[in-house]
Design a protein around this ligand. Structure first.
Ligand SMILES: Cc1cc2nc3c(=O)[nH]c(=O)nc-3n(C[C@H](O)[C@H](O)[C@H](O)COP(=O)(O)OP(=O)(O)OC[C@H]3O[C@@H](n4cnc5c(N)ncnc54)[C@H](O)[C@@H]3O)c2cc1C
Length: 461
């Protein structure tokens, strides 16, 4: 039983706010990015610093509350909130400190990608994160983190140098290549299973002006474009990244009126070399492909590319997604993809194939906990729409689509693209040969499975 005295004691131990259901701010505070998630936590602890996090972890554990950890709140299945439990909300812990000489950046656990990009961009540097600036750094990094710079510089976890962590027993530790090495290994892919990370230190890399943007191709040209794309990665230099998408042209500015509503195959390019090299590479690509109906690829600040799609997907839309790792894209798979593009129920739905190669492949499989370095792509199919009444249709389309293409894919998925009902076998598959070691470390660092609102790794028996 949670007592008023226990809550009062937590309040007196925190500088941040506690938000309960009776609070006028509660309904806003419990919202996450996915508008379809409607959970009612018993209490939201909005932490300001590490001391607040220690107090909150101790409170949650001692009062036997289920604990959800919130970084940016972007988890599709809503793994940063919990009915009747405690949300440890880190979203106000936003400090960023760039060390341009050492090429590192220290990042508070509540930062979004945009917060960090903004700070590092001033120095012409960046960390490889994801492709929406509104996504949280914490959840993205702890389960891997792939994006435009991953072919060149690896995953976010490959660039993590150090993390400050509050463990399940309330103790504070630093994990790095020299301290708590086993925990450092587990944090680089093992998600929120091992503790609450309060800050991260990353290596940064040069990325200032990037040649980037989307090219939209008519549906009639989708097969040659997808065939071209499946051969592209093996010859392309690491600094040339392209992800493939299947989309409907949105009925909104700046999309040209005459193309709105068209089903399209999209290539989103990001070349982080010199502008001359980039122009040559993208023009060679253009020459090899059918003429796109929209071609917005051009030199732009890295931060512009990173935030290019944010405005079309504001907080509060309905999301359902499923993913898989993919090694090859045979013609039969292309056909299955295009059949489901044909059935797409909303112009906000997407299918994306993100490259997993280059620098990601150059790390050994067991160098970090992240589990699938021999995939070629990470696939996500996302049913998205603003209207809650469309959710059943989005879910059905996503699941049917996934069923149709899954036989061509690997039997595992990026944990950040899994739903919360996929079962333990899928979690094991996501980590492959690294799973057993993760379960052993879970037993060491969180034997009671306090941190289980996540893609859960159960403590070894
Ligand atoms: C629009 C959109 C675009 C995306 N694009 C990409 C992409 O390009 N690349 C990519 O790799 N992924 C991408 N993702 C997936 C994204 O990485 C995950 O949704 C991720 O969980 C988001 O992190 P967050 O901090 O916002 O999550 P939250 O919802 O806040 O947290 C998710 C989980 O992470 C864990 N967690 C969060 N913070 C901490 C912490 N400080 N300590 C310990 N555990 C913590 C918890 O277990 C929590 O349950 C995208 C998601 C969306 C919605």
């Amino acid at each position: 039983m949670l007592t008023e005295a226990a809550i009062a004691s937590l309040k007196s131990n925190m500088r941040g706010e506690l938000i309960e259901p009776s609070d006028a701010r509660y309904n806003e505070a419990r919202k996450v990015y996915n508008g379809m998630i409607d959970r009612r936590p018993r209490i939201i602890a909005r932490c300001m610093d590490v001391a607040d996090v220690i107090a909150a972890v101790n409170f949650g554990r001692d009062n036997q509350l289920r604990i959800a950890i919130r970084g940016g709140g972007h988890s599709g299945p809503g793994l940063s909130t919990v009915d009747d439990g405690l949300v440890i909300d880190l979203s106000t812990m936003k400090g960023v400190r760039v060390d341009p000489a050492k090429r590192t950046v220290r990042v508070g656990a509540g930062c979004t990608i945009g917060d960090v990009d903004h700070a590092t961009h001033a120095f012409g540097q960046a960390v490889p994160f994801g492709i929406f600036s509104t996504t949280g750094v914490a959840g993205l990094t702890l389960s891997g983190g792939h994006g435009y710079l991953s072919r060149q510089y690896g995953l976010a976890v490959d660039n993590l140098m150090e993390a400050d962590v509050v463990l399940a027993d309330g103790s504070f530790v630093v994990a790095s290549a020299t301290e708590n090495l086993d925990l450092f290994w587990a944090l680089r892919g093992g998600g929120g299973n091992f503790g609450v990370v309060t800050s991260f230190q990353f290596r940064t890399h040069p990325a200032k002006i990037i040649y980037g943007g989307p090219l939209f191709f008519e549906l009639a040209d989708a097969i040659p474009v997808m065939r071209w794309y499946r051969g592209f990665l093996s010859d392309a230099p690491d600094e040339f990244y392209i992800f493939l998408g299947l989309h409907i042209v949105l009925p909104a500015d700046p999309f040209p009126q005459e193309h709105r509503g068209k089903k399209c195959c999209v290539l989103v390019v990001a070349h982080n070399g010199s502008t001359t090299d980039a122009e040559r590479a993208v023009n060679t690509m253009r020459a090899a492909l059918p003429k796109p109906i929209i071609d917005w690829a051009q030199p732009m600040p890295y931060t512009a590319l990173q935030s290019m799609f944010d405005e079309f997907y504001p907080k509060g839309m309905q999301w359902y997604w499923k993913g898989d790792f993919v090694r090859t894209l045979p013609d039969a798979a292309i056909e299955a993809h295009l059949a489901h593009l044909g059935e797409m129920p909303s112009p906000f739905c997407v299918m994306h194939l993100y490259p997993i190669d280059g620098a990601v492949h150059r790390q050994n499989e067991d160098a970090t906990a992240w589990g699938c370095r021999d995939a070629t792509w990470s696939m996500v199919i996302a049913g998205v729409d603003p209207n809650p009444s469309n959710f059943p249709t989005l879910k059905k389309w996503t699941r049917d689509y996934w069923q149709a293409v899954h036989p061509f894919n690997l039997n595992s998925a990026y944990p950040n693209f899994m739903w919360d009902d996929e079962g333990e076998e899928r979690v094991k598959a996501a980590y492959g040969n690294n799973y057993q070691r993760l379960a052993t470390l879970k037993k060491k660092y969180d034997p009671g499975n306090l941190f289980r609102v996540n893609q859960n790794i159960r403590p070894a028996a």
